[in-house]
Design a binder for this molecule. Structure first.
Ligand code: ZN
Length: 303
């Protein structure tokens, strides 16, 4: 029997003496579950693994209740990448592409010209934040660093790695302000920041993918006094539900639903994140729109 992969983990860390912090993420078993129903060729698999990891790293930099969606849309061979991470680190992701199993396009050919969008949507209110940057960089990490530089104005460095077995990443961030005062404090902070970045850039992908958080963080922080926080679980979970599918079908309209039904005998909606199938027969479809009509009547009478 194959060994069960370790659960996905997020570890936050910070330097005790400087306003520098970081997040380490290893998707563990979540990476396997996330792709359980899809078959991606290796270059797409690697990109999607890095992308899903990046969504978790970004979510970990925020204080929010809701869902962070990272989306990459371009004119390359991968037309669309979507990764979502909730405030409790449930992650899901999908890629649309036209790459054959034996092709090995590079990053530029994979994504082409396009843009990277970060959306944070509250679960309980209509509050929504969105940041968009053009794709610029030799790899996904560089594109995300560009996002942080232009949208968040926080100096940020990222290292991402993924293969068929593992997906992991490490993010470093320089926060505003200085903890140490006095002459030379700014220069000292800058020097420490540069040391941490050098440590990150020197890290081989294998170290990141090994799943050893202590080792990876020590490698980056070097001699600096660093606090590594307890792990937070990262898991795969799909947000799809009969309610959400019903909302989508209603937005398409009763005519389209009836037409599909007439043509195919049954209305099937398959979730592209988890492959779960939602099935509607003629009675279900009429019920779906009858509910809507009742709701509208109800609100009319109130108004
Ligand atoms: Zn689903």
């Amino acid at each position: 029997m194959a060994e069960r992969p370790a659960p996905g983990e997020l570890r936050r860390f910070l330097l005790e003496s400087q306003p520098l912090r970081g997040n380490w993420v290893h998707l563990g078993g979540a990476w396997h579950e996330l792709r359980a129903h899809a078959h991606y060729p290796p270059p797409v698999e690697e990109l999607l693994g890095e992308f899903a990891t990046a969504a978790v790293l970004l979510a970990a930099t925020l204080k929010f209740e809701g869902t962070l969606t990272l989306q990459l849309a371009g004119d390359g061979r991968v037309r669309l990448l979507v990764a979502q991470c909730s405030d409790n680190f449930k992650v899901r992701a999908v890629a649309h592409h036209d790459i054959a199993a034996d092709e090995l396009p590079n990053f530029a050919a994979l994504v082409g010209e396009g843009r990277l969008t970060v959306t944070v949507q509250s679960e309980t209110t209509t509050a929504r934040y969105q940041g968009i940057v053009p794709l610029a960089g030799a790899n996904l990490a560089a594109c995300l660093e560009n996002y942080f530089a232009s949208s968040e104005q926080l100096p940020t460095r990222l290292l991402l790695a993924a293969d068929a077995q593992q997906a992991a990443g490490l993010l470093l961030q320089k926060l505003p302000g200085q903890s140490a005062s006095g002459e030379g404090a700014g220069a000292q902070l800058q020097q420490t920041w540069e040391e941490l970045q050098s440590g990150l850039m020197a890290m081989p992908a294998a170290s990141l993918l090994s799943g050893d958080a202590e080792q990876a963080v020590r490698q980056v922080a070097g001699e600096h006094d660093c606090r590594l926080f307890a792990p937070t679980l990262v898991s795969f979970s799909c947000r799809c539900s009969a309610q959400r599918v019903a909302d989508v079908l209603r937005s398409l309209g009763v005519e389209e639903a009836r037409a599909t039904l007439a043509e195919q005998g049954v209305l099937l909606v398959q979730c592209e994140f988890c492959n779960r199938e939602y099935r509607y027969d003629a009675v279900d479809v009429e019920q779906l729109f009858a509910d809507e009509a009742n709701l509208q009547q109800g609100s009319d009478s109130v108004n």
